[in-house]
Unconditional design. Structure first.
Ligand SMILES: [Zn+2]
Ligand SMILES: [Zn+2]
Length: 82
């Protein structure tokens, strides 16, 4: 499990700056899960999005699971370059 957390600017709910972007990467056998979370530690505002390698391919079309869907940063985990 890879975890990484970065500041994500201003909370859209309380405008506080304790707002973080978190990325978890998980692999087991041939299942790969990337989950993204934006969370404010002040007011608890939270949004999440997860991508699984066993999701239907059309759900992942045009999506890079290693890029945050909200702030577009790349996660610390990167797939090997081929
Ligand atoms: Zn907040
Ligand atoms: Zn983000």
């Amino acid at each position: 499990m890879t975890r990484d957390r970065q500041p994500a600017g201003e909370c859209p709910k309380c405008q506080g700056l304790n707002f973080f972007c978190m990325h978890n990467h998980f692999e087991r056998d041939d299942l790969v899960i990337d989950s993204w979370e934006h969370r404010c530690t002040d007011c608890g505002h939270r949004i999440t999005r997860g991508y699984r390698s066993d999701d239907p391919p059309e759900d992942l079309e045009g999506i890079d699971p290693h890029v945050c869907p909200w702030c577009s940063r790349s996660g610390a985990f990167q797939p090997p370059q081929s």
